[in-house]
Design a binder for this molecule. Structure first.
Ligand SMILES: Cc1ncc(COP(=O)(O)O)c(C=O)c1O
Length: 402
């Protein structure tokens, strides 16, 4: 075992010895973050366009977040949900105001939000005499718990039989496929307005309108999974705001806490009425620290007018990538600071080359380079990401030709 605590490989050896081997890790061990930059234990600096996978909304060490964490931890970290806390009710009120959803419940992660949404949807469906089938969509990703893998891609279900019952799938953006699975007994359709892990695939507006109308006609619920797209990521508070379609239930996590684990289930009044005392619960979900930080994240997005900045910077960035007119790029997709660059080949080697050149991105759905940087990223920093992408693309292209 290497003994030098200052090397990436030392921590990788320890990781391999003690951590459950479920992640294919990047070679670095990260030790510090500031604004949009990370430092590994060897002191090398990286521009982070992954942001903990769309989590670090305000980057690293935002002074307002640090102040809230300091002050709240000196007052009260945790209290059971048998008590109300000022921070939790204020966050519920604020999220209700910006989302136009009437009720909130707080969780600790994205998968937990989706699990809770499925439970609430089934409770509503049963109150209407329907069965509890949840219909999700091809290439979707809603988490790694048993129920959330039941909604997702087959590759995530392998080895985990028996998979929970009561789930069906339709093809994303394919209305004929929805018609095939649809019947009046369905509890809910569960959809990401922009698929994240599936390769940054925006839902087609016409398709979503048809789905909404179908749900309204048949009293099926529409659940938007906004775990990755929510809280300003797309340049509006929620991706639903681009489509002007209101779901019955919406799930949040990732960017809400800006790095502190907190998620939420939001629903309308009709769904809330089907829920009784004891139907759901959590020990940690919505504790005062998590809620105080989430409130600060929302407050800073408002104060720093980040939504407009995210839209402008995101549009500019995608246009710059399109302007490269590179044969290797199949399509550039996204909204706000959620960008997917689909290549004609696997994206892994390019992402590794970018990393070596000091820019963190990731490969998703095989051939898509995903960039979901902190919402505070500057145009200058996006230019660095762009130049590095260009350089790595050139290098990979040359390697492919040889
Ligand atoms: C749309 C969506 N839903 C749910 C999840 C699961 O979130 P978590 O990893 O916090 O459980 C993710 C994670 O990537 C996601 O992108």
């Amino acid at each position: 075992m290497e003994k030098n605590h200052k090397t990436n490989s030392y921590y990788h050896q320890l990781d391999q010895e003690y951590y459950l081997p479920v992640f294919k890790r990047f070679p670095q061990a990260m030790q510090k973050g500031e604004v949009c930059w990370l430092w590994d234990v060897e002191g090398k600096k990286y521009l982070d366009t992954l942001a903990g996978i769309a989590v670090n909304t305000l980057g690293y060490q935002h002074p307002e977040m640090l102040k809230t964490i300091r002050e709240q931890s000196e007052k009260l970290l945790h209290i059971s949900n048998f008590f109300v806390s000022p921070e939790q009710v204020k966050l519920a009120e604020k999220l209700s105001e910006i989302s136009k959803m009437s009720r909130l419940f707080f969780t600790n992660s994205g998968a937990e939000s989706v699990e809770g949404a499925i439970k609430v949807a089934r409770k509503y469906a049963h109150s209407k005499g329907k069965d509890g089938t949840i219909v999700s969509f091809s290439q979707s990703f809603h988490g790694r718990t048993m129920a959330t893998i039941a909604t997702g891609q087959k590759k995530y279900q392998k080895g985990f039989d028996p998979i929970p019952q009561g789930f069906a799938q339709a093809k994303f953006n394919d209305w004929e496929s929805v018609k095939k699975v649809a019947d009046k007994n369905i509890a809910a359709f569960l959809i990401e307005p922009i698929q994240g892990e599936g390769g940054i695939n925006p839902v087609d507006k016409n398709f979503l309108q048809k789905l909404k109308a179908f749900c309204d006609r048949n009293d099926n619920l529409l659940i938007f999974d906004e775990v990755q797209t929510g809280i300003g990521r797309t340049g509006k508070w929620f991706a639903k705001d681009h489509y002007q379609i209101e779901p019955d239930i919406m799930t949040l996590a990732k960017g809400l806490g800006g790095g502190i684990p907190v998620g939420a289930i939001a629903c309308n009044e009709k769904v809330a009425e089907a829920v009784d005392f004891g139907d759901h619960g959590t020990t940690f979900g919505g504790n005062p620290l998590a809620c105080a930080v989430a409130l600060t994240v929302i407050d800073v997005i408002e104060k720093e007018k980040l939504l407009e900045k995210v839209q402008q910077n995101g549009d500019w960035f995608r246009q710059e990538i399109k302007n490269l007119h590179a044969d290797e790029i199949k399509e550039v997709r996204g909204l706000g600071l959620m960008t997917g660059i689909e290549l004609h080949f696997e994206a892994k080697d390019l992402v590794m080359d970018m990393l070596e050149n000091g820019v963190i991105a990731n490969a998703t759905a095989g051939n898509v380079v995903r960039m979901v940087p902190p919402l505070i990223i500057s145009k200058e920093e996006l230019t660095i990401a762009l130049e590095t992408f260009k350089k790595s693309l050139q290098k990979i292209k040359t390697a492919h030709v040889q």
